[in-house]
Write a protein that binds this ligand. Sequence first.
Ligand code: GLY
Length: 423
Amino acid sequence: MKLLVVGSGGREHTLAWKLAQSPVAQTIYCAPGNAGCSQQGELVELDVEDLTALADFAEDHDVDLTLVGPELPLVMGIAEVFAERGLALYGPSQAAAQVEGSKRFTDELLDKYGISNKKFAVFDDLVSANAYVRQQGAPIVVKADGLAAGKGVKVAQTIEEAERHIEACFVDKTFGEAGEVVVIEECLVGQECSIKVFTDGETVVPMVPSQDYKRIGDGDTGDNTGGMGCYSPVPVLDDETFWYIVDEMITPTVRGLAEEGCPYCGTLYAGCILTPDGPEILEFNCRFGDPESQVVLPRLESDLVEILQATVEGRLDEVDVRWRDQKAVCVVVASGGYPGGYEKGKPITGLEEAEADGAVTVFHAGTAMQDGQLVTSGGRVLGVTALGQTFAEARDRAYQAVGKISFENMYCRSDIALRAVEA
Ligand code: GLY
């Protein structure tokens, strides 16, 4: 089979790496991919937002199945563009991708189907939004309704902070159209984790759960990032709660979406919080996670191509999805300065030594080849994943591997998965 992976981060390298293990995968194209993806396949210089060019490429190269990594092309309607041409694509339709593309859509859906008790309100003007914040008090969560490159959600600790974010949406128009509507939610407290499922709109098959680290600094301090590390499974999430979330929250969401006329086919990502009153859904995403994929997919024993194909063909119930009973830890290695400004083009060394331990895989995120040399090309550069029988073993392996990698101004957190080891 010929496969096309759309995207260029650590998630997409992990997807390409897992697809390449399938006996039916003959050719893998990555558009645009990164230096790591070129180990598995051929890089194609196409923009993830150029839906027509991606469909042209798939058509011209007889691609059998396209897998979309990031949310943007899905929210833009890549599934429809491919469907119009009879091209198979794994990922939800534009209407179903609203679960990530519109916070309002999701909160109203969860409310309508009795899936969430989370208190929320929707506003399209500054005065009423500010009045609501003052009435509710802080901490409080202010969300720009649409996609805002991960910057649209503010967990405001004070009323002033909430008002500043509302102003950014309505007055400064920092998020453009995405901020024309604002959703304000109660601030829930608890440990967060995520559960992704494969679904063809009917059958729902959960992946193993994971927990990521969003802040740049040890002890969850400093600015938010795209994710500085991850581990799987999640000790704080017991089996009963896991299945409650899958059966009573995610599956009814899939049913609700079908009822609303937008059946969901692809990976549905539930960002959950475990509050003292029970689990809640913080958000849904319409894709695999990053860096969650870097710990979830190495634990997948089954053939990913077979799962994706069955999902697209509406026969996911026929596939046996098996997982390795191991722990996985991923430490993200970043460019110094990230998530603020950072330099690119720094030569990277030590990857072979890092992977000398067979339980370690180095997934590339922001890397490129420059005159035959592997160099940094982004904020998050690598995701170093290790498997082990225990969290302590997986964590030690991951950090030992990180210790063999070097580039100027390299940075990583030193406490990834520590709480899982100590649990
Ligand atoms: N790690 C969070 C996300 O993929 O959205």
